[in-house]
Design a protein around this ligand. Sequence first.
Ligand SMILES: Cc1cc2nc3c(=O)[nH]c(=O)nc-3n(C[C@H](O)[C@H](O)[C@H](O)COP(=O)(O)OP(=O)(O)OC[C@H]3O[C@@H](n4cnc5c(N)ncnc54)[C@H](O)[C@@H]3O)c2cc1C
Length: 409
Amino acid sequence: MTHSIPTVLDADLCAGCGGCAAVAPDAVTMGLSDKGYARPEFSKSLRPSQKQSLKKICPSVRQSCDPDGRTINPVWGPFVTCETGFSTDETLRKKAASGGALSGFAISLLESQEVDGVIHIKADPSNPLANVTSVSTNAEEVLAAAGSRYAPSSPLDILNTLKGDGRRYAFIGKPCDVSALRSLRKLDSDVADMVPVLISFFCAGVPSLHSSQDILEKLDVLPDRVLRFQHRGEGWPGLATAVLDNGKQHTMSYSQSWGNILSKTVQQRCKLCADGSGVFADVVFADAWETDAQGYPSFDDRPGQSLILCRTDLGRRLVDAAVAAGHLSAAPYEVNELTRIQPGQTRRRRVLAARLAALRVLGRPVPQYRGMGVWTMARQASFTEILRNFGGMLRRALRPSVKEEGGQC
Ligand SMILES: Cc1cc2nc3c(=O)[nH]c(=O)nc-3n(C[C@H](O)[C@H](O)[C@H](O)COP(=O)(O)OP(=O)(O)OC[C@H]3O[C@@H](n4cnc5c(N)ncnc54)[C@H](O)[C@@H]3O)c2cc1C
């Protein structure tokens, strides 16, 4: 039996994708919880049909991946081709998170008129640490939103406002956002026609917005002096940078900002994620890190390289078009090499079954995963990894926690 949205919220399983606001715009807006995560806020009870739809799209209720005749890699899921590459626009390549391939691809979709707009997030003009969903219709707007923002985002929250405008959009979101949208497309043919292209990126989890404030504190910067804030970019991986009202810049390295601060506040749902690599997208982008002498990813600054994983034939056709039009440079990459350069993603996949088992033992709800390789990956975990993660999740679940405010639904 699948659980309901109140259960998802009570069990702290919400990913904050904004799917609730897409399905029930009359009753739900997305807000920020006390702990600094994006969460639905309910102004009234949902109708039974809305509750049914939400159960079908919520990535914390159920995710089911169909191979559809594609090659399945046990770690990285179904795919058609695997490449590395970068945007041929030097400015974009430098500003972007890795090689700017994602934004270069989005620009290609706009310029070839494959779509009329790109739905994605950018810095919130009223709070430079936070994110807001926006629509870009030209290269300048896509460039302005390039870069990874390690803060909560709910890109599905805009869908309802775009319905019926007769335009076609590409959607860029976290793997959980894309999962919700692919399911919503099956329920709503208007949404399916409106958003024909789904784009994602590898995701290690969403940190609390409060941890971006912690970065400012460590940099000795007052939040109301900050004009612009970026979590990385202007190099690969680049620096977390706060630009102040007097033009001064305060920076912190990626290993300090992500490693010591942001990664420590990743929300609970992300620790139980079976899809850090965007299996429901047409094309997925990631950091194609180089490795050091020990084979581990090296975060030394260098010209950015993105991984480009086409998961559907549509994705492949559109990447081919972007390369042919001169927006992207791409070269083949051996998919099994990814395990070496993305050790965090691989580890989380291996230990997931142990974490889920700990919650099940306590009778707690967990997302239902079908075709996501959870048990195949568990067989690769060592006994120590299983014990440590089973015990760690048990301890975390039994810890008394302050309940977050939530509305009724
Ligand atoms: C929270 C988070 C965790 C990540 N974890 C990993 C990881 O474990 N391994 C890995 O290889 N890569 C990870 N990435 C992805 C990586 O940082 C790059 O996005 C990816 O390499 C593509 O880079 P690019 O230069 O091609 O993209 P760019 O050209 O810089 O484009 C980035 C796009 O992502 C969108 N975006 C940025 N932040 C968010 C957000 N919070 N929510 C929704 N959309 C957003 C922007 O709107 C923009 O369209 C993560 C990104 C985020 C936001």
